[in-house]
Design a protein around this ligand. Structure first.
Ligand SMILES: Nc1ncnc2c1ncn2[C@@H]1O[C@H](COP(=O)(O)OP(=O)(O)OP(=O)(O)O)[C@@H](O)[C@H]1O
Ligand SMILES: [Mg+2]
Length: 168
């Protein structure tokens, strides 16, 4: 059978309802979706890779065709290894566009067979990012409804002061 597999890469530090919105959309389009955590990110993560795998596994348990993986190095090498046909990325606002456009064209240059597919979230998640969630939580604001309940609990388990101040 000819199945179409896609990779949804990111840092997921932590998983948000915006990520889950995209995962639900992609799971309807592709036969199989591999949500993939980049291990060697230059971002200084709050949650370990293992914690992020656990959150993603819990958040995607309801989808039969979604799995969770981690990778190092080039996304296109991981895509080839996984025999994936597509990479899924999200566009929230124009601000995402420039970076995503650059990455998509660079990845196409590196691996012409892998297409990048952009999906838009429900408008109610169009302002949600992991970085903003951590920033708001760190200062004592509520992030209910922006991340799954189990992520709120995991944020509470981290001491607020361990959350790095967002740069910029
Ligand atoms: N709320 C959202 N709606 C649509 N796409 C999203 C949303 N949040 C993240 N994405 C997309 O998911 C992919 C992985 O994102 P990433 O792991 O960087 O999440 P993030 O929320 O942007 O985190 P950070 O704030 O640390 O950059 C990217 O393509 C990003 O544009
Ligand atoms: Mg991001």
């Amino acid at each position: 059978m000819n199945t179409v597999k896609a990779i949804y890469p990111g840092s997921f530090d932590p998983l948000t309802n915006g990520h889950l919105d995209l995962i639900a959309r992609a799971a309807k389009i592709f036969d199989h979706l591999v949500v993939s955590i980049l291990r060697n990110s230059s971002k200084n993560p709050l949650f370990t890779v293992e914690e992020r795998v656990a959150m993603l596994s819990e958040g995607t348990a309801e989808f039969d065709n979604v799995s969770v993986a981690t990778f190092d190095g080039l996304l296109v090498d991981f895509a080839r290894e996984q025999r994936a046909h597509a990479v899924v990325r999200g566009i929230r606002a124009i601000s995402d566009y420039e970076y995503e456009f650059q990455m998509a064209l660079m990845n196409r240059r590196l691996s012409p067979d892998v297409e990048t597919i952009f999906l838009m979230p429900d408008a109610k998640y169009s302002f949600v990012s992991s970085r903003l969630v951590k920033g708001v939580f760190r200062l004592g604001g509520s992030v209910d409804g922006l991340v799954p309940k189990f992520v709120v609990e995991r944020l509470k388990d981290k001491s607020r002061t361990s959350i790095p101040e967002p740069s910029q």
